[in-house]
Design a binder for this molecule. Structure first.
Ligand code: PLP
Length: 377
């Protein structure tokens, strides 16, 4: 018999989600309108100290609507972190715009501000046009150098979409990620820090933009007794049932962050003595929700390499994954302009995400550590 599977990051319900879902059934609010949606939106806005929030069907949908709201059109260029998940940049291509990928710095693994400015200047020189938007990602919950990036974006007058899909609850100098940019995006997919089974949100201090997002997300219906449309719309709203799950999850969000941070601290304290095992630290004033605990294995110093360790874990029915494969290396995105410095290539080659659920038990943690120790010693 195989040992029970240990997942990378699985849903972790609290005690009230089911009551909210039951309430949706009892009151017959089963559709993508209803009181849970409104309450989830205001709860999320309050948590992040931002004025407006639209609950949507996914984080990808939120990025898509953000691009449309900023007026991104065919052949416009949009600068985007190369080191990310494809959900960040697919929507650029939905609009037939052109992603321009920018590599990471080593301190936070997110977009390198110096390389960003170089890319902006180079795009203006090459195309005669300023990029239409910047999508900046906070990977694994670690804040990007967002203040520097915002300063550069303001200098060139480029709006910023903050992809905080993995970084709900992370902060820089006490301010929540997703609220630095012009628009912020969260995801409630099943593997994220909290989940609605599937879902996302778009936040902003600009009320018109969030109203526009709700309008576009409900098939762009004009004010009329009949169905009247003067724009292309989408079916991107969150259901009232999912929003009920979200309300319950918001109540335990801070506990989930504490549990994920504790996972990371445990991994670091158990493993950092092994030669060639490295962990990424929070810069001064930065707080990461540590969505996933990641380790970098330097193959020239460690007793094993990333892939050997991953396979050893897999053999014990433990799910571990390489870090995100950079977009400039993806077959479908290789044709787009990119600005590289080798950082994300190196992180992809040597990085591993370890089981990181807020529901990871002590027994499960010991099983993981045991396998890693066998490989690392
Ligand atoms: C999960 C994720 C998304 C997409 O969110 P979905 O809700 O799955 O559509 C976008 N960007 C990043 C960085 C993500 O991790």
């Amino acid at each position: 018999m195989d040992k029970p599977k240990i997942y990378l990051s699985s849903p972790h319900m609290g005690s009230t989600e089911f009551d909210y879902v039951k309430e949706a059934f009892d009151t017959n609010w089963i559709s993508p309108v209803g009181p849970h949606i409104t309450a989830f939106e205001s709860g999320l806005a309050m948590y992040n100290s931002i004025s407006h929030c639209a609950a949507l069907s996914s984080g990808t949908a939120a990025i898509h609507l953000a691009l449309i709201i900023l007026g991104v059109k065919q052949n416009d260029e949009v600068i985007c972190s190369s080191f990310t998940f494809s959900g960040t940049c697919n929507p650029i291509v939905y609009e037939k715009a052109i992603p321009v990928f920018v590599d990471s710095e080593l301190q936070t693994w997110n977009m390198d501000p110096t390389l960003l400015e170089h890319a902006i200047v180079d795009r203006i020189q090459k195309t005669g046009k300023t990029p239409k938007a910047i999508i900046i990602v906070h990977l694994y919950g670690m804040p990007a150098k967002i203040e520097e990036i915002m300063a550069i974006a303001r200098k060139y007058g480029i709006p910023v979409i903050e992809d905080a899909a993995e970084a709900l609850g992370s902060t820089v100098n006490g301010k929540k990620l997703g609220t630095f940019g012009d628009l912020g995006v969260y995801s409630f997919n099943g593997n994220k820090i909290i989940t609605t089974s599937g879902g996302g949100a778009l936040v902003s201090n600009n009320e018109d933009w969030i109203n526009k997002a709700r309008f576009l997300a409900t098939q762009a219906r004009d004010q009329a007794p009949h169905y009247q449309h003067s724009q292309i719309g989408f079916n991107y709203r969150l259901s009232n049932i999912c929003a009920g799950i979200g309300r319950g999850q918001l109540e335990v969000l801070n506990e989930r962050i504490e549990a994920r941070r504790a996972n990371f601290d445990k991994y670091r304290s158990y493993l950092s003595d092994y030669k060639g095992f490295n962990f990424v630290s929070e810069p001064e004033g930065y707080l990461s929700n540590r969505w996933l605990s990641t380790v970098i294995i330097d193959p020239s110093r460690a007793k094993c390499d990333r892939e050997k360790l991953r396979l050893a874990l897999e053999k014990e029915n433990i799910e571990a994954r390489p870090l995100w494969k950079p977009m400039h290396q993806q077959p479908i995105f290789a044709c787009y302009p990119n600005y590289q410095n080798g950082v994300s290539d190196q992180l992809f080659d040597n990085g591993l995400c370890l089981p990181s659920g807020s529901n990871l038990t002590t027994t499960e943690f010991s099983r993981v550590i045991e396998v890693v120790k066998r490989q690392a010693q």
